[in-house]
Design a protein around this ligand. Structure first.
Ligand SMILES: Nc1ncnc2c1ncn2[C@@H]1O[C@H](COP(=O)(O)OP(=O)(O)O)[C@@H](O)[C@H]1O
Ligand SMILES: [Mg+2]
Length: 454
């Protein structure tokens, strides 16, 4: 039960509200009771003063004893209990109780109140002078009515308080439930979203409040997840498709070879094809592995000191074997030594992939130019060709995995669409970048920039 935020919030609310309410009502109760008692005393004092004034008039008419008696009767003070003394001499009284109370209180120069807890009555003793004589009037009033009033007020508070707390609890619970409702909706919706329906989003009632912002953050997270899931799915689909082609070729070739007796030459031919396809598969798998490792952040660079110019020259010489038979002219501008710290294997794959592409996508009779330059901070490898170029709308995508402008043509050329992805991986692994500028029909220029002193 305490695991529910709703219950916890309600309890906290009750604790705070309840203690406030208890504190406030006890303050009200005590101050009201004090006011009622003060009012009671004030009215007793007023009665005693009026009595004294009234009595003084009789004294002036020299009718002392009768005056005292009449005063008590006329003021209807019998039911309260009143007595008038002159010094110690009792002039008139309405009962024994008040006499006794006044005697035990004694005479004072100023008005005085005492409470008799046994009788449950309050006594006011009021001294006054009339015609030179010293008198005291005493009034003994029952406290029942006052205590009754105070008791009733206390009861109201005592019964009202739990009721108020109960209502507060119910109200608090409803309030908390209402404010947490969007959270419940969010969690229910989130529960329904899995890898299969990652495109779904949480509904945002008010994007500007706290929960709206939470939902928006969640939606952004879903969008990123959705995007990376889609990339992953595409990658897997593309990879399977890519691997299926060489497998189908190998299967077809071996089926034909096994279907009937062949000459040694035919078998050799078949094995040749199988080997070619195996190589192709091996290259695809190794490229995929490199990319997967880089994605997972476990790519290990074997960094060593090398000369970029030697590395590029070596690759150019190897590429000649491809360019020459095709009738593409490969020109390589020798450059000064450029010392570099990097992974030789990966950098070679980068250069080879760029040279391969330049030769592949250039018609016989075309040109491929390779240039390596450097200043203090940057080495630039520029490979330009006079080939078919890349349509403008595809330029942004050629570095994507498995992306090819013309699938059938590229595949016939032995490409898998991972070449430029590896080029970008190699450049970025060395804190560099790669760019392409291309004009369809005129040629393309790929530029790799590698920061020196990495
Ligand atoms: N030098 C180039 N000239 C024209 N198009 C190119 C060039 N280099 C790459 N491309 C285009 O970019 C695509 C991706 O290249 P890449 O990743 O090396 O894959 P692949 O060469 O296996 O097709 C190619 O299919 C091709 O359409
Ligand atoms: Mg390629």
């Amino acid at each position: 039960m305490f695991n529910s935020i709703r219950v916890r919030l309600t309890l906290w609310y009750l604790l705070v509200f309840g203690s406030l309410l208890v504190g406030f009502s006890s303050y009200i109760e005590s101050s009201l009771a004090r006011d009622l008692r003060e009012q009671f005393d004030t009215s007793l004092l007023r009665t005693s003063r009026t009595t004294a004034n009234y009595f003084s008039e009789f004294v002036e008419r020299k009718n002392v004893a009768g005056g005292a008696r009449e005063t008590i009767l006329e003021m209807k003070l019998e039911k309260l209990g009143a007595a008038i003394f002159q010094g110690n001499e009792l002039l008139a009284t309405s009962g024994e109780e008040v006499n006794r109370a006044m005697r035990s209180a004694g005479s004072r120069p100023a008005p005085m109140f005492t409470t008799d807890p046994n009788l449950h009555k309050r006594l006011v003793v009021f001294p006054f002078q009339a015609e030179g004589g010293k008198y005291t009037v005493g009034i003994l009033a029952p406290l029942n009515e006052l205590e009754g009033q105070i008791g009733r007020m206390r009861n109201i508070i005592l019964f009202g308080l739990p009721a108020a707390i109960l209502f507060a609890a119910a109200g608090g619970f409803l309030l908390v439930r209402k404010s947490l409702e969007p959270l419940v909706t969010i969690s229910e919706q989130a529960e329904r979203i899995s890898a299969k329906n990652l495109h779904e989003r949480l509904t945002v009632a008010n994007p500007n409040d706290e929960l709206g912002r939470l939902a928006a953050i969640f939606n952004a997270l879903l969008a990123r997840l959705d995007a990376s899931f889609r990339v992953m799915r595409e990658f897997i689909a593309d990879a399977s498709h890519e691997l299926r082609t060489p497998l189908a070729i190998m299967q077809g070739e071996s089926d034909v070879a096994l279907s009937r007796d062949k000459t040694i030459e035919d078998y050799k031919q078949t094995l040749h094809i199988v080997r070619g396809q195996t190589k192709r598969m091996a290259r695809i798998v190794s490229d995929m592995l490199s990319l997967a490792r880089a994605d997972a952040g476990v790519q290990h660079l074997r960094v060593e000191e090398l000369y970029l110019n030697d590395l590029v020259e070596e690759c150019c010489q190897a590429a000649q074997a491809l360019a020459h038979p095709k009738g593409v002219q490969l020109a390589w501008e020798a450059s000064d030594d450029i010392s570099f710290r990097g992974d030789e294997e990966l950098l070679k794959r980068m250069a080879v992939n760029l040279l391969d592409n330049a030769i592949h996508y250039t018609q016989p009779g075309g040109m491929v130019n390779v240039k390596l330059t450097s200043d203090q901070s940057l080495a630039l490898l520029i490979i330009s060709d006079t080939g078919i170029g890349i349509p403008e709308e595809c330029v942004g995508r050629v570095f994507d995995r498995f992306y090819r402008v013309d699938k059938s043509r590229a595949r016939a050329a032995g490409g898998s669409g991972l070449g430029l992805a590896i080029v970008r991986l190699a450049a970025e692994s060395h804190h560099g970048s790669v760019d392409v500028v291309s004009q369809p029909g005129r040629g393309s220029t790929f530029t790799v920039s590698l920061p020196l002193q990495t």
